[in-house]
Design a protein around this ligand. Structure first.
Ligand SMILES: CC(=O)SCCNC(=O)CCNC(=O)[C@H](O)C(C)(C)COP(=O)(O)OP(=O)(O)OC[C@H]1O[C@@H](n2cnc3c(N)ncnc32)[C@H](O)[C@@H]1OP(=O)(O)O
Ligand SMILES: O=CC(=O)O
Ligand SMILES: [Mg+2]
Length: 726
């Protein structure tokens, strides 16, 4: 049972209230009484506006459903004029250029990977904050980029054959991007500094230098025998670490023990789709971790490889410049925090009448409050050197909703005594109404926007749900190559460039959702850069290190310069609904699709509902571990709901698939002592019921979102656990 304290018109969960008063407010210069009073006013003013926007979403969806029942979206003229009539397609604003100021160089000057991490897991969150630098040797050795064939298997202990492949890869990387005037990095016997220059001795006795001498920017240790050499290329640093006594360094003629890359330049600390936060206990943890990251005192103690480890934030890295001057580089990523969207309300704070307040408003206020500690410089480290707070705002539909986020941020700045536009916004372009009106959306936040990002996973879920009535959708795997998605990706880059984001804000691309398929990522994810993205999402620090290689291969600024010359309308293609025109799927193909989606759906939902885990690696039917979060769940559940609605399968078939897959998921989780079987009693498994709701009631869910069902079911589990303890 949540205990509440009444403050003005609000009832606030005591746990959060105490945390804010005792841990978050002290040191911010804000008065406690005034803070709660201002918060009360802000909620009173903005909650009704938030609610009205949701009503508008519902009405629009209803009109689209009605229209599609009797009309054909392929009649482009009729479809477009209908969408204009209901305000779904907005009249376009005049050309403009964003004016965002005080943005960190990491955003404006560096192109690099963007890592995302569930903020409720402090071990992972700290790892993600430290993922600015990643060992290339570790990332290669531990992933499938280096094949395990021909004696190069990973094994239980260090395999020198595999190690040799890793070193060869590393030296090739150096030769490709930091070439020597003569010879190769594989032939180097010594790197040393003299007269402010890097000199390089080769096996044949010759001495050479870098072809582009300006790439050498620093070193550590002694000029004659440095322990690290610092290079820079395409704005990203690379550290060659030297230690001839190290087990790897010993095997290298130059004593190189590792090549460390500047990897995740930015990280999104996620309060949204990768966490399961449903009550005061969960939300307080989320906010406490964010506070700890801002104050620099977050730590996590855990056992790994039978050793107890305490993980904290890494310090900055210090070097001597070519002439001995001091150089400091951040040891940590630049952090964004992703708030929840406008949809959900929260039981953590209620009005006097017992009505839940919008969770997005609560997130906005509290995540900004925590970040004020960074602005005041009272923490151990600085996140933003420019005094900005970086908030990612997801799942907004159209420019009015973006304008509402802007108004919220205005109000938060006022209540927290922050200068106007201190709070920056990253706009997720992940709902159809936002993609189609992207220029207008950016316009609404032109003074504070620091990124637009194609969240293609949510976007796919919204594509299915919006046009549910149009017909059965193509299979999940075909979505990525469909016309609307290609157009949406191009439209995002083009609109961003036209609005002047280059050099001021990021144009971001979506998540690589196959955390174990790093060789494939290395082949494919370079396309995000050649398409004009100056950042793209990765699921892990290893993926960040490997994806960083792409930013050495492609000069994104040059790509963007080229793309900025193009101007094309993508609206027609974006309005192509991905229905299967004349589906002639075999029974087996349908069954495979059902089984695959049911398995990933159940595998994700069971951990969310029973254990409160918001992001999981779940094997698909080909045993490939996929990153599943609420956005991928939105796709699976909407896909299945759509096929059910259009009679591609029957309810019995769906239930049969769910039950068979539940048994499989039970088996996959055998090793987890906290796991509760679904198949032992389908009727009593709350997780299984949640999975059924997501599909059988999927068509009725607001914009196809999964949050309402997940939250309700997770709260049910938590309630039961509490009762069983009493
Ligand atoms: C559509 C969207 O909204 S996408 C955005 C939401 N998605 C995300 O945030 C994805 C984040 N990624 C993750 O949560 C995880 O990588 C998962 C769940 C996909 C896989 O997790 P696991 O199965 O535990 O991964 P795995 O066993 O391979 O690796 C664990 C190690 O990698 C680290 N790790 C994995 N992912 C991350 C991450 N995102 N950030 C930091 N460290 C990470 C862990 O800290 C751990 O290392 P440690 O033992 O030194 O602490
Ligand atoms: O948030 C990201 C997405 O793809 O959805
Ligand atoms: Mg999303």
């Amino acid at each position: 049972m949540t205990a509440y304290i009444t403050k003005g018109n609000l009832q606030i969960a005591t746990e959060l209230y105490e945390f804010v008063n005792k841990e978050a407010l002290p040191g911010t210069g804000l008065n406690q009484e005034k803070f709660w009073q201002d918060f009360d006013e802000l909620v009173t003013d903005l909650a009704p506006k938030n609610k009205a926007l949701l009503v508008e979403r519902e009405k629009m969806q209803q009109r689209i459903n009605d229209w599609l029942q009797t009309n054909d979206f392929e009649d482009q003229e009729a479809y477009t004029s209908f969408l204009k009539e209901i305000g779904y397609l907005e009249p376009e604003v005049d050309d403009f250029t964003i004016t965002t100021e005080n943005v960190d160089d990491t955003i404006t000057k560096q192109a690099g990977p963007q890592l995302v991490v569930p903020i409720d897991n402090e071990r992972y969150a700290l790892n993600a904050a430290n993922a600015r630098w990643g060992s290339l040797y570790d990332a290669l050795y531990g992933s499938d980029v280096i094949s395990e064939e021909d004696g190069a298997e990973k094994g239980a202990s260090y395999n020198p054959i595999r190690g040799q492949w890793v070193i060869e890869f590393g030296k090739k990387f150096l030769n490709d991007h930091f070439p020597l005037q003569t010879g190769s990095h594989a032939e180097v016997t010594r790197y040393f500094v003299s007269d402010g220059n890097l000199h390089i001795s080769l096996e044949n006795g010759a001495t050479t230098a870098l072809k582009h001498t300006a790439q050498f920017v620093g070193y550590q240790g002694d000029v004659a025998l440095p322990t690290a050499i610092l290079f820079v290329h395409n704005g990203l640093h690379v550290e060659v670490q030297i230690d001839p006594s190290h087990p790897i360094g010993k095997t290298d003629v130059a004593g190189v023990k590792d090549i460390v890359l500047e990897a995740a330049t930015t990280t999104i600390m996620d309060c949204e789709d990768s966490v399961a936060a449903v009550d005061a206990e969960d939300k307080t943890l989320v906010y406490r971790n964010w506070l700890g990251l801002n104050k620099g005192n977050l730590s996590a103690t855990f056992t790994k490889d039978e050793k107890e480890i305490t993980r904290t934030l890494h310090a900055d890295r210090t070097y001597k410049g070519p002439n001995g001057e001091a150089i400091t580089l951040s040891g940590r990523v630049l952090m964004f925090v992703r708030n929840v969207g406008h949809l959900m309300t929260t039981n953590v704070i209620l009005t006097k009448n017992g009505e839940e307040i919008p969770e997005g408003i609560m997130d906005g206020v509290f995540t900004s409050l925590m970040a004020k500690h960074d602005l005041l410089g009272s923490g151990r480290y600085r996140n933003s050197q420019e005094g900005s707070i970086y908030i990612v705002k997801p799942k907004m539909h159209g420019s009015k909703e973006v304008a509402f986020a802007n108004e919220l941020f205005h109000r938060i700045e006022d209540m927290l005594d922050l200068e106007r536009y201190t709070i920056k916004i990253g706009v997720m372009d992940e709902e159809r109404r936002t993609s189609l009106n992207l220029k207008n959306c950016i316009y609404q936040v032109k003074e504070r926007v620091v990124f637009i990002n194609t969240g293609f996973l949510d976007r796919t879920g919204d594509e299915i749900h919006t046009s549910m009535e149009a017909g059965p959708m193509i299979r999940k795997g075909e979505m990525k190559t469909s016309a609307w998605l290609q157009a949406y990706e191009k439209n995002n880059v083009q609109t961003g460039l036209q609005a002047g984001l280059q050099g001021k804000a990021q144009i971001g691309k979506g998540m690589w959702a196959m955390p174990d398929l790093m060789a494939d990522m290395l082949k494919q994810k370079i396309s995000h850069l050649t398409a004009g993205g100056n950042t793209a999402w990765v699921p892990s620090p290893t993926a960040a290190t490997l994806h960083a290689l792409h930013y050495h291969e492609v000069d994104v600024k040059a790509v963007q310069d080229q793309l900025a010359k193009e101007k094309q309308s993508y609206q027609t293609d974006m309005l192509q609904v991905p229905i299967a025109k004349q589906p002639n799927w075999s029974h087996e193909e349908i069954q495979n699709e059902l089984d695959n989606s049911c398995q990933t759906l159940l595998g994700y939902v069971v951990r969310w509902v029973d254990q409160g885990v918001g992001c999981s690696k779940v094997p698909d039917i080909h045993h490939i571990g996929l990153m599943e979060d609420r956005a991928t769940l939105r796709i699976s559940s909407q896909m299945l709901a759509n096929w059910l609605y259009h009679g591609v399968c029957t309810e019995e078939q769906m239930m049969d698939s769910l039950k068979r897959m539940a048994k499989m998921v039970d088996k996959q989780n055998e090793g987890d002592k906290n796991y509760r079987s679904m198949a032992q009693n389908f009727d009593r498994s709350i997780a299984f019921q949640a999975a059924c709701d997501l599909i059988f009631k999927g068509k009725e869910q607001p914009n196809g979102y999964t949050e309402p069902i997940l939250h309700r079911r997770r709260l049910e589990v938590k309630q039961n656990e509490l009762l069983s303890k009493q």
